[in-house]
Design a protein around this ligand. Structure first.
Ligand SMILES: Nc1nc2c(ncn2[C@@H]2O[C@H](COP(=O)(O)OP(=O)(O)O)[C@@H](O)[C@H]2O)c(=O)[nH]1
Ligand SMILES: [Mg+2]
Length: 253
């Protein structure tokens, strides 16, 4: 196939995906739901972190969309915490797309002003290009993967707003340079927020939970503001219609 034809096909796929992502984003905004897209290589600790996060959030409703090529193991692990989870199997696919996520959102009983976590397929390349309608991509890099992943897979670290440096409980057993990992991440994305944590020991979880709560509060406030401005617009239109009705009735008298 000619390279120009391949570029065209890729652009068409991304344009279609972006349309579905916008629809997902709109639905989430209307419901005040804070949605995150967790991306990483396989085994960085995404599902473990999700289980721990759900447990620490207590009564806060959390819904999870799980992406893997095969099996429903991760959705089963999430359901065992009591949270809702839908598993998407992508087969040969190396990432979730916005159409799949929109479909999964329809299957979940989403709660207004809550949290939706999307665990993408473990892959540091493909998920970077696909917007799912999330508020942010969160990239998880565990300390067993090497410091240099941000410069080897820059698209992913550029697309993410947050980097979770995970499994820091293992640092005493490794020769891992935390400062170098953060510097590499900031080289490709100077704005990236970094949280160091361990789902196993609980270190850094407070900062992560504070980030989640702030995001949920922001999504709720944005929804409330939209509702208030819509109500103001309706009141304005009602007043205009009443004024018009009065003018036409006095003209008729
Ligand atoms: N030491 C340590 N191991 C972890 C931590 N988080 C996850 N793991 C382990 O890492 C492996 C992969 O975790 P999993 O959550 O399945 O990763 P995922 O593929 O990104 O969802 C499992 O053996 C976990 O027990 C952590 O914070 N510290
Ligand atoms: Mg997983």
């Amino acid at each position: 196939m000619a390279p120009s034809r391949m570029v065209q096909i890729e652009q068409d796929i991304l344009a279609k995906n972006n349309a579905y992502a916008s629809a997902n984003r709109q639905t989430l905004a209307e419901r005040g739901i804070f949605a995150l897209n967790l991306v990483s290589s396989p085994g960085s600790g995404k599902t473990t972190l999700l289980c721990k996060t759900i447990a620490l959030l207590g009564s806060q409703p959390v819904a999870v969309i799980e992406g893997d090529q095969q099996t429903s193991q991760d959705a089963d692990r999430i359901r065992a915490t009591g949270a809702q989870a839908i598993q998407i199997n992508t087969g040969k696919g190396c990432h979730l797309d916005a159409h799949m996520v929109g479909h999964a959102m329809g299957q979940l009983t989403l709660v207004d002003d809550s949290l939706l976590m999307i665990e993408n397929v473990g892959n540091l390349v493909c998920p970077a290009a696909f917007d799912l309608g999330e508020a942010h991509k969160v990239v998880i890099l565990s300390v067993t993967e090497g410091e240099d992943k941000p410069i080897k897979y820059p698209d992913m670290f550029r697309a993410a707003s947050v980097m979770l440096l995970n499994k820091i409980d293992l640092l005493p057993h490794l020769s891992y340079d935390v400062a170098a990992a953060i510097a590499y991440a900031r080289r490709v994305n100077p704005q990236i927020k970094v949280i160091q944590l361990s789902a196993t020991s609980g270190a850094g979880m407070d900062e992560w939970l504070a980030y989640l709560r702030a995001g949920m509060a922001q999504a709720h406030a944005a929804k409330a503001q939209t509702v208030a401005s819509l109500q103001a617009e309706i009141a304005h239109l009602k007043a205009q219609l009443q004024g018009q009705a009065q003018t036409s009735s006095s003209a008729a008298a």
